[in-house]
Design a protein around this ligand. Structure first.
Ligand SMILES: *[C@@H]1O[C@H](CO)[C@@H](O)[C@H](O)[C@H]1NC(C)=O
Ligand SMILES: *[C@@H]1O[C@H](CO)[C@@H](O)[C@H](O)[C@H]1NC(C)=O
Ligand SMILES: *[C@@H]1O[C@H](CO)[C@@H](O)[C@H](O)[C@H]1NC(C)=O
Ligand SMILES: *[C@@H]1O[C@H](CO)[C@@H](O)[C@H](O)[C@H]1NC(C)=O
Ligand SMILES: *[C@@H]1O[C@H](CO)[C@@H](O)[C@H](O)[C@H]1NC(C)=O
Length: 238
């Protein structure tokens, strides 16, 4: 029993420590808006409140006479502090990404501080895809497929469009069908706010065509994938 209680207390303690050390997270999209909302919403009214960026510069405040101020010019015209203490940031820029703190002070002068991490992302543009043929043997087409967008902090994924059913576990018999003359590979690029894709089509014996991509972007990140056509054999394992 005592052991059980200790375990519960320890657990609560860990939960509390965890809650204090991991601020809530908000993601935003460039040019759009973000709402930073303190979790203490409907408690007793606070005497004064203010928001800071990265625990230093004061950006919005609300004093006891209910007068709202936005002291920092970097955010000129882009902030709105609501009566529920939520801070709205409009026309987001990448460099608005930061930790923000809300300082809520009650009548007794006791301060409650809460942190919110804001991360602003670009919408992922359509990727640019291309294929470099390494070997165009009639038996084996080997190529490097390249996919890029001019953005950091994105994840790349290549998806083959073989006409296999989705992974079927626990079956001893598997029906398959594919066209060895034609195959499409899609590169999907995503970040926490959006995703986009572009495809390359393989035609026997070893020609590759892409979609014409809109908006030429400078290549800063890229991912290389080596694809032998023999990869298809892997799927016969089922
Ligand atoms: C936030 O403050 C820390 C030091 O307190 C500083 O090292 C860091 O560069 C600051 N970050 C931003 C985004 O201003
Ligand atoms: C406004 O904030 C920027 C950084 O975000 C800081 O360099 C500048 O000193 C601040 N201005 C005022 C008036 O506080
Ligand atoms: C706070 O108030 C604003 C404006 O009325 C509203 O848009 C927002 O959803 C509210 N936030 C919460 C957490 O209630
Ligand atoms: C953020 O970037 C914009 C341009 O995108 C610039 O005008 C602004 O001064 C930058 N703000 C800070 C605090 O660096
Ligand atoms: C590719 O993007 C289109 C919309 O642009 C979407 O409908 C489609 O599902 C996406 N395909 C993949 C494989 O993600």
């Amino acid at each position: 029993m005592a052991m059980g209680l200790t375990a519960v207390f320890l657990f609560l303690f860990i939960m509390k420590a965890w809650a204090q050390h991991s601020p809530s997270k908000v993601v935003g999209v460039v040019h759009e808006v973000a709402y930073l909302s303190p979790s203490l919403q409907n408690q007793k009214p606070f005497h004064q409140i203010h928001w800071r960026r990265n625990n230093s510069v004061k950006i919005a405040s609300w004093n006891s006479r209910a007068k709202v101020q936005y002291p920092n010019s970097t955010y000129r015209g882009r902030l709105e502090l609501f009566p529920n203490n939520t801070l709205k940031i409009s026309c987001l820029q990448k460099n608005d990404s930061s930790m923000y703190q809300v300082y809520l002070e009650d009548e007794a002068g006791k301060e409650h501080i809460e942190s919110i991490l804001l991360t602003v992302y670009d919408l992922v543009p359509k990727p640019t895809v291309s294929a470099k043929v390494i070997s165009a043997d009639p038996e084996l087409c080997e190529a490097i497929l390249e996919c890029s967008v001019g953005l950091e902090g994105v994840t790349y994924k290549w998806i083959p469009h073989s006409k296999f059913p989705p992974e079927s576990v626990g079956v001893s018999e598997q029906r398959i069908s594919f066209n060895p003359l034609l195959e499409t590979y899609t590169c999907e690029v995503s970040n926490p706010v959006s995703s986009n894709n572009a495809s390359l089509t393989y035609r026997h014996p070893c020609s590759w065509t892409g979609e014409s991509s809109a908006g030429a972007s400078h290549t800063t990140t890229s991912m290389l994938v080596v694809l032998g056509h023999l990869l298809l054999l892997l799927l016969t394992q089922a």
